[in-house]
Design a binder for this molecule. Structure first.
Ligand code: XIL
Length: 423
């Protein structure tokens, strides 16, 4: 499908740029549209170097199985993906390798092979690692449905978090402790998703998860991560409000949390994120939270037109969105969900939200299948350059809760925890 889409003759990027030049003059032609693909993109020209120069982290979700870690350690790897990841990112996250299904093949068996591989690589390459994730309604192992009960679910969750976060204690930049816990469509007053965790444990599963993660790895920034909170549509505005309610509730109850993750699976077509998201990031800041862009990619499945038009529309989002969010001083981290179109979950999915009616392959990420930069790369790099350099964060407006968490903290039972009072 990909090849047939490529075989059609569409306007090339250069032809487009020429047409735009003819129509409006040089000032109207954005730099990324003219991007000369022979332009340097490695070393000092990489996203990693540009992010570092701004004092921020740029990174990507990776598939550890694809990394030639031994070759990289020996300085002999010729693997292009391995080299690209090392060169472009200063923070990594496992696309799937740290999820329950990957780590826990049986209730009492943990398999850390792939996760360890990622940690080793990142440490060799001088990169930080985000942990993703400790508690989610998806990616649960097959055994979970038949094994987890109201009686043992707390134990399973606590044990999992202690084992996983404990194993990498002190080596993780930030943990997505709970992923995607809000779903207003499920109709609850608190907006909580009717996930297996909610059904088995009740709403306190969230606090149990954060408290346990804080004990297991006190250095990691504990994050709440969610999607569908970026736009100013009624649906996303409502979901964002529920997420904010949850964050406020956490803060009021002294739940240990330091950041909110905004996944940012965006569309190439309007509407785009705007004032609502910025207000949310500022609210997070007043709560003392950082905000991370955790899973950026740009989906062009609804966009008619040639591959070059798609690239231009995707690049426009990579130009505007990071520029908007990186202007906020509590946004020091941006990751894309993958780095090349060859490994993007969008191209791998057969779902209608990912498939183009014309079957064309997408370029949702900064590099293409051949590991060449696409216009999104240049747009993102320019946006990073345009962002104000990060300086030491001014202290967040103090909340009365942060100093004395235990006074406001409704105790809950963490099985076997020495520090938890019984209910
Ligand atoms: C996705 C992966 O990219 C896929 O390979 C996997 O099949 C399903 O999960 N939100 C998240 C990520 O938090 O973990 C998801 O990753 C994408 C949506």
């Amino acid at each position: 499908m990909k090849d047939s889409a490529k075989a059609v003759h569409w306007l090339t990027r250069r032809e487009l740029a020429k047409a735009a030049l003819a129509a409006g003059g040089a000032a109207l032609v954005p730099r990324w549209l003219c991007a000369d693909e022979s332009v340097e993109f490695s070393g000092a020209a990489s996203l990693r170097a540009h992010a570092a120069a701004r004092g921020m982290l740029y990174g990507a979700a990776v598939v550890p199985e694809l990394l030639d870690v031994d070759g990289f350690a020996a300085g002999t790897t010729t693997d292009a993906y391995t080299r690209l990841i090392a060169e472009q990112a200063n923070i990594l996250v496992a696309e799937n390798a740290m999820k329950w299904a990957a780590l826990r093949p049986a209730p009492a068996v943990f398999d850390f092979n792939r996760a360890d591989k990622l940690m080793r690589f990142a440490e060799l390459a001088g990169q930080k690692v985000r942990g993703h994730n400790l508690c989610w309604h998806e990616s649960l192992p097959g055994w979970f449905k038949t094994t987890a009960t109201k009686e043992n679910a707390r134990q399973l969750l606590v044990e999992h978090i202690r084992t996983v976060a404990g194993r990498y204690r002190g080596r993780i930049h930030s943990w997505d402790v709970v992923n995607e816990a809000i779903e207003p469509k499920d109709g609850r007053g608190d907006g909580l998703r009717k996930s297996p965790w909610l059904e088995l444990i009740g709403p306190e599963y969230l606090e149990i998860a954060y408290k346990t993660a804080a004990e297991a790895d006190p250095a990691a920034k504990l994050t709440y991560n969610d999607y569908g909170i970026e736009l100013d549509t009624p649906e996303e505005t409502a979901k964002r409000a529920y997420v904010l309610m949850l964050l406020r509730r956490f803060k009021a109850r002294g739940v240990p949390i330091q950041a909110v993750g905004i996944q940012s699976h965006l569309q190439a077509t309007p509407p785009q994120p705007g004032a609502g998201l910025i207000a949310f990031i500022r609210e997070a800041r007043t709560l003392g939270l950082e905000a991370y862009i955790t899973e950026l990619d740009v989906n062009a499945h609804k966009l008619p037109g040639s591959p070059d038009l798609q690239d231009a529309a995707v690049a426009a989002v990579y130009r505007d969105y990071p520029r908007m969010v990186l202007a906020e001083p509590n946004v020091p981290v941006l990751l894309t969900w993958g780095i090349t179109s060859a490994h993007s979950w969008i191209n791998q999915s057969k779902e209608p939200w990912a498939r183009r009616p014309d079957g064309a392959w997408q370029h949702p990420l900064p590099f293409d299948d051949d590991l060449r930069p696409v216009p999104a790369f240049y747009a993102l790099r320019d946006a990073i350059d345009a962002a104000k350099p990060l300086v030491a964060q001014p202290p967040a407006t103090p909340t009365t809760q942060t100093n004395k968490p235990n006074d406001l903290y409704k105790p809950f039972a963490v099985p076997g925890s020495p520090t938890t009072k019984p209910q």
